[in-house]
Design a protein around this ligand. Structure first.
Ligand SMILES: Nc1ncnc2c1ncn2[C@@H]1O[C@H](COP(=O)(O)OP(=O)(O)OP(=O)(O)O)[C@@H](O)[C@H]1O
Ligand SMILES: O=C(O)[C@@H](O)C(=O)CO
Length: 426
């Protein structure tokens, strides 16, 4: 059967976040890591396919190239609508990659209009008058202003997106969205006629997203955070179903690898340390100096796995991260830490870890690729936007893994996630 919805996610945690919302809204979903290389028809046997890219912070031309490859694969599998998923905090820079990728997808699909909304009210992301709020504060006042790779210092998404694209960007504001499906469609028609190529859409509640989902039925391309996903499956008649989230029983040791430097992750690490649990801190400056920090982390983990979960983390406060970046360069520091944590994750799996929490989108990308994982089955939700997943390791074993977005999850996530997995699979 041809797939209905073809999704391209710009990072790996974002991909599971999107898949999670689609599963909860009743679709059978397959998440693939990177663009599959043929011979994967069976793997694409689902109602929605999410292709997870690591394209958020690479050069725009590379992000466009990877996204177009993903698009071609999804179209050849019959996708009726394409969903470009980016971060609910609109992580990007004036060089992209949200604007350039959207534009390239529009050109390839031959469509003159699409929408953009990172709104995800279940996680406190709302858009009003084109301005993005994170919880109670504007994006530019949230922790995102200190992000190491994509600092967000402007909350006005019409101008943020406008700076990244040659298309004119308009707004579908909340009065229109509250007016329901006909009002949204009429506004889109007007914007189109007036030559706008994209429009940021306000949404402050799930009801707004449900209305918007129905209104964009038939648009060849939608772009959004994961929130819009709650409103699309009903367009094909799918209804929420708990049966979609079954995973096999887990086994093996438990560990957490955290390269996220977000506010929520800092809190989660602190909570874990406060509980007196085993944790090893990865210092990027020592890695840069040539010390075998990954080896030390694995030796530490090996002696503590029986009292797991064990945490290996590079998570630090914005000031500490800035100091490291000042010494090593932001991109270089990021890559160095990602490579180290990916090696640690490989070693942990060799030591028998079969339940793994990874925190941070870029970090998850590096870890999942290093582990040779090519696809994920989506399981039960731990917190909004974060499901447990199951993957088959190259040797054939099952790894239960969750990819936690930096700013998602309750403060006790690094322990409560394992408790939930036991509960849900026992
Ligand atoms: N102590 C550190 N010093 C400098 N850079 C670091 C440090 N720890 C992590 N990093 C880098 O910062 C980046 C963090 O990005 P990542 O996407 O993994 O987490 P996040 O931005 O908090 O989460 P998300 O993208 O899911 O919101 C990575 O490139 C990581 O390697
Ligand atoms: O949308 C979000 O906030 C997340 O799915 C994400 O993309 C973080 O990397």
């Amino acid at each position: 059967m041809a797939i209905r919805l073809g999704c391209i996610a710009d990072d790996f945690t974002g991909a599971t976040d999107l898949a999670n919302n689609l599963v909860r809204a009743g679709m059978r979903v397959v998440q693939l890591i990177d663009v599959p290389q043929g011979g994967t028809e069976e793997a694409m046997d689902a109602e929605a396919v999410v292709i997870a890219l690591k394209s958020r912070t690479v050069p725009a031309a590379d992000a466009v190239e990877a996204s177009l490859r993903a698009l071609a694969r999804l179209r050849s599998a019959g996708a009726e609508q394409i969903y470009f998923k980016y971060c609910s905090t609109f992580d990007s820079t004036p060089a992209g990659n949200i604007g350039p990728v959207t534009e390239a997808l529009m050109d390839a699909l031959g469509t003159d209009f699409t929408i953009a909304t990172p709104a995800f009210p279940d996680n406190g992301r709302t858009v009003f008058k084109g301005h993005l709020f994170v919880g109670d504060v504007l994006l530019s006042e949230s922790g995102m202003r200190h992000h190491p790779l994509t600092p967000m210092t402007d909350s006005n998404l019409v101008s943020v997106l406008g700076a990244q694209t040659t298309r004119t960007v308009g707004l579908v504001d909340h009065t229109v969205v509250a007016g329901g499906v006909p009002a949204i469609r009429a506004r889109i028609d007007d914007l189109r006629e007036d030559g706008f190529g994209m429009a940021v859409v306000d949404a402050v509640s799930n009801d707004d997203l449900l209305r918007l989902g129905a209104a964009v039925q038939g648009l060849p391309l939608v772009t959004a955070g994961s929130g819009l996903a709650i409103g699309l499956p009903a367009n094909w008649g799918f209804k929420p179903s708990p049966a979609a989230a079954q995973l096999p029983a887990p086994g093996g040791h438990a560990a957490v690898v955290s390269g996220s430097v977000s506010v929520a992750t800092n809190r989660q690490v602190l909570e874990f340390l406060r509980g007196g649990r085993p944790a090893f801190s990865v210092d990027p400056l020592r890695v840069a100096a040539g010390d075998d920090v990954a080896g030390e982390a694995l030796a530490f983990a090996e002696s503590h796995l029986d009292d797991g979960p064990v945490l290996v983390y590079s998570t630090e406060s914005p000031d500490t991260v800035r100091a490291v970046q000042g010494r090593l360069g932001a991109a270089e520091a990021g890559e160095l830490v990602e490579r180290t944590l990916a090696r640690v994750a490989q070693g942990l799996v060799e030591l028998g870890v079969r339940r793994l929490v990874v925190a941070g989108g870029e970090t998850s990308g590096a870890v999942v690729q290093a582990l040779g994982i090519t696809g994920l089955r989506i399981g039960p939700q731990i917190d909004p936007g974060v499901p447990w997943c199951a993957a088959t390791l190259p040797g054939g074993d099952t790894l239960h893994i969750t990819l936690k977005s930096g700013n998602f999850g309750a403060p006790d996530f690094f322990t409560s996630s394992f408790a939930l997995l036991d509960r849900e699979t026992s």
